[in-house]
Design a binder for this molecule. Structure first.
Ligand SMILES: Nc1ncnc2c1ncn2[C@@H]1O[C@H](COP(=O)(O)OP(=O)(O)OP(=O)(O)O)[C@@H](O)[C@H]1O
Length: 499
């Protein structure tokens, strides 16, 4: 399928605050640009070359935006496209406490505060309820990358508890997948949300100065959609997945005051985010040939989403306070770089031959039942639509022989299958008869190929000579009509070809 290049779309979402730094952060009237202004630090001298102004252009700036409007702007189109076969990735990035989990999962206190994941699940199941010509199945997985270790947040749902399979990221022609990650079929929205809540309770969180419930890991909630359509006699199978990623927040250790386990986690988080940034820079550089996706678990898992055939959207979550302006600048730089990346989304379609056979068998059986009903309505109950038996074929052959011998005038055809059987048997019998006639003729006559002109001319010459001698003897024997016969002889003589 022909792919069209698409840019990654990047949005900025500002966490609401009473201390919004109006002098530092300015939004453009188009709701797509954001300017940052940092005053010169007088302590560092009047003359210093430090940059003070930055302008960033994005696909949208979400400021004081409800969860509903955020979803409409960021996710709705990507989810609709996933329903027709395009893979999609939405990723929340930003400093700790800036609102990534709020954007991705939402808050539980009020229904309207639900985030991208529950809304995407709802959109998918609403579309399934409306679908009339397809059979759609949905499955869910929830992966956590904690301290460079892959963890299955839904392993508790597999019955036997944690899976024994060693999880690993595997590259294959269809893309990247995580071997050993449990994937759960869900039949409705509630089923899917139960899995989300189960996964949420298994996530690693910790408290630090900037966030009471800080995520200490990167989490990927994946919705797998498989749609099967009947297209003429084929079963068209469309497989897509939506990766909804809540990245762990970047942390200034001086600000979070982390120590012990939380400090170690922060080191892993910052390292993996720094690898992610390197990948983004490399992808945005058209001269770069090798992109080191495998240098961390996060970048390896994101390989398809960043460099592949996928619709990708980034939400950079930022804080509005002047205190966090350095982190805000860093997140805006990251978002702008993401916008340089191009992907080539394609519909993931396959034709399922096993499914096709099954569907065709089902259809044939339905059609047979339908025909049997029609036949019984017109009193044709003897008609069968099963393949002809040997006995039926022998009966047809005997009828053909009788017809060719002239014993019967017509051959009875009671169904389409017996008509087919008739044609099937008639041809060999006809050819056999023709061969027999030819053999009989050859035993009596010399047959000349009608295109063999030299032999035909020679035969004509012999025939003419024979005719001439016959006439001469006629003349000799009868002596009557001599003149007329002589003329015929002269004419025949002149017509004999000279070899
Ligand atoms: N747009 C918003 N509107 C209202 N509350 C918000 C918004 N964004 C974030 N919050 C609140 O701010 C707090 C921190 O947000 P959240 O946990 O989502 O941050 P985070 O970026 O995921 O942090 P971390 O990286 O540490 O996990 C939460 O209590 C959350 O409810």
């Amino acid at each position: 399928m022909h792919a069209v290049e698409k840019k990654v779309r990047a949005f900025v979402r500002v966490k609401p605050t009473a201390q919004f730094a109006q002098d530092v952060i300015k939004f453009g009237p188009d709701n797509k640009s954001i300017d940052i202004y940092i005053k010169k630090d007088a302590k560092k001298g009047v003359v210093n070359n430090k940059q003070t102004d930055w302008s960033f252009k994005l696909d949208g700036v979400l400021h004081n935006t409800s969860q509903e409007l955020m979803y409409e702007t960021v996710a709705k189109k990507l989810v609709s496209e996933a329903l027709i076969g395009y893979n999609g990735t939405i990723m929340c990035y930003g400093q700790t406490g800036a609102g990534k989990t709020y954007t991705m999962t939402g808050a539980t206190a009020e229904y309207r505060h639900r985030g991208i994941i529950p809304r995407a699940v709802q959109q998918v199941f609403k579309a399934i309820a409306r679908a009339v010509d397809s059979f759609i199945t949905v499955r869910i997985s929830y992966l956590e990358i904690y301290n460079e270790t892959l963890c299955d947040l839904l392993s508790t749902m597999t019955g036997s508890g944690a899976s024994d399979v060693q999880m690993a990221i595997v590259d294959c022609p269809q893309g990247v997948y995580v071997k050993g990650l449990s994937i759960h079929p869900v039949s409705d929205e509630e089923d899917a949300l139960n899995l989300l809540f189960e996964g949420e309770t298994n996530r690693v969180i910790a408290e630090h100065t900037l966030n009471k419930n800080s995520s200490r890991s990167h989490c990927i909630f994946t919705i797998y959609i498989e749609s099967r359509f009947r297209v003429l006699s084929d079963v068209r199978c469309i497989n897509s997945k939506i990766n909804l990623i809540d990245l762990a927040g970047s942390e200034r250790l001086s600000k979070t005051g982390s120590e012990g386990r939380v400090l170690k986690e922060a080191a892993y988080i910052n390292k993996s985010l720094s690898f992610l940034e390197q990948i983004i820079i490399a992808l945005a550089d058209p001269k770069r040939e090798h992109i080191p996706f495998r240098q961390s678990k996060l970048t390896h898992v994101l390989k398809d989403s960043l460099g592949g055939k996928c619709n990708t959207v980034l939400v950079a979550n930022i804080c509005g306070e002047a205190l966090h302006v350095e982190e805000t600048l860093s997140s805006l730089r990251f978002a702008t770089r993401m916008k340089w990346i191009t992907t080539e989304p394609v519909i993931n379609v396959t034709y399922d031959s096993e499914g096709t056979v099954k569907a065709l068998e089902k259809e044939i059986s339905l059609l047979k039942q339908e025909l049997a009903m029609h036949d019984s309505l017109v009193n044709r109950s003897l008609v069968t639509y099963d393949p002809l038996t040997d006995v039926q074929l022998a009966e047809i052959k005997s009828q053909i022989h009788k017809y060719l011998q002239g014993t019967i005038d017509e051959i009875e055809v009671s169904s389409f299958l017996s008509r087919k059987g008739l044609i099937f048997c008639f041809h060999p019998i006809l050819f056999q008869g023709r061969n027999e006639v030819e053999t009989r003729l050859r035993s009596k006559y010399v047959l000349i190929d009608k295109n063999d002109f030299a032999t035909i001319a020679a035969a004509q010459k012999v025939m003419a000579v024979l005719n001439f001698s016959a006439l001469q003897s006629e003349l000799r024997n009868t002596g009557v009509m001599r003149e007329c016969t002589e003329q015929r002889c002269t004419h025949l003589q002149s017509s004999i070809p000279v070899s």
